[in-house]
Design a protein around this ligand. Structure first.
Ligand SMILES: [Zn+2]
Ligand SMILES: [Zn+2]
Length: 333
């Protein structure tokens, strides 16, 4: 579990892309006042009337957001890329950024992770054939699928709210997840193995020993399904950021059926107050956890026990909130 949901947001860690984003922000801030700001978070940007002093240009004030019903998409950025690439050339660099591409090492870890999951399932099936008991493994597999969604939510909540880039073991993931909240569309640009390889590596190290040591078909089926769903949760997450017109119809059907986390459900996670809809496998637990205020209870316990405040209690700063003004710029072109 230590590497669940990891690499997808490493863009924040990329100084190169970070500087590109900052340059884009600086370029567009001069024109921002004439654009209508659209989605999740409303940025009121005041510009200096005399543009001679760039230090006075950008005073960004976050205000309470208007409700947004549409899921997050990356389509607007594509328009921006088309319209601004000629002048800046910077977004082209974002698209071609090697940190978003899969390497052979990433692919090797994917082969390893998928093999590990398949070994679990194959050994479970073989055991079920031998013992002629299918009900146990099948039920265990269903439980694995259901619990993987819960596990994804708890882990996501933890790294969204606690620690920092300097936190041992989880630091890079914490940093990356905050980057994801700032530039959520980048997950759809990340290539498959690049997005999933860290999870595949974690699955290999944790599940392979179980594959070798365990002979119980039910346990093997639980482990196979659970770890498989966790490993692919980043792909489900990426699809949740996709646009309806660009997603495969089978994915849309699974999202609509609630088998995979829906775009609208995950979009709510990227809107204030940023403290709900953490689960990213099926999303089945989201309503249960949010209505029961499960995470808020955990946050209270952590606060009174350890004096640690979750990030979601504070008004998120500019390092955390989505840069939605890019969409408003695209609307003007
Ligand atoms: Zn998050
Ligand atoms: Zn997301």
């Amino acid at each position: 579990m230590s590497s669940i949901l990891p690499q997808n947001h490493a863009i924040r860690s990329s100084h190169k892309i970070g500087s590109i984003q900052r340059r884009l922000s600086t370029n567009r801030v001069k024109n921002i006042s004439r654009h209508f700001l659209l989605p999740a978070r409303v940025y009121c940007v005041s510009s200096s009337s005399t543009s001679s002093s760039s230090s006075n240009i950008a005073t960004i004030i976050t205000t309470k957001p208007s409700p947004v019903t549409e899921p997050l998409t990356y389509e607007p950025l594509t328009k921006i890329e088309t319209s601004t690439a000629a002048t800046t050339g910077s977004t082209r660099s974002v698209l071609n950024d090697p940190s978003l591409k899969s390497t052979w090492t990433h692919r090797a870890w994917m082969v390893s992770g998928c093999s590990t999951v398949l070994i679990s399932l194959a050994r479970s099936a073989a055991g079920a054939v031998d013992s002629q008991t299918w009900a146990g493994p099948l039920i265990a597999g269903c439980i694995g699928y259901v619990l993987s969604d819960l596990a994804s939510g708890i882990y996501h909540w933890g790294i969204d709210n606690y620690g920092s880039a300097e936190t041992p073991v989880f630091g890079s993931q914490i940093d990356a997840f905050q980057g994801h909240h700032k530039w959520p569309w980048t997950i759809t640009r990340r290539q498959f193995a690049n997005n999933l390889h860290a999870l595949a590596r974690a699955v290999t190290f944790t599940v392979l020993p179980i594959d070798l040591l365990c002979n119980d078909p039910a346990i093997l089926c639980f482990v196979g399904v659970f770890s498989g769903c966790i490993m692919f949760s980043q792909q489900f997450h990426s699809w949740a950021h996709g646009t309806k017109s660009k997603l495969p119809s089978i994915v849309l059907a699974l999202q609509d059926a609630g088998i995979l986390v829906s775009r609208s459900q995950h979009a709510a996670h990227h809107r204030p107050p940023y403290n709900n809809n953490y689960c990213i496998v099926s999303g089945a637990w989201n309503q249960i956890l949010d209505r029961s205020k499960f995470f808020e209870l955990l946050e209270m316990i952590f606060f009174f026990k350890f004096g640690v405040r979750p990030r979601s209690w504070s008004e998120p700063d500019s390092e955390w909130t989505e840069e939605t003004e890019m969409q408003s710029i695209s609307a003007s072109h």
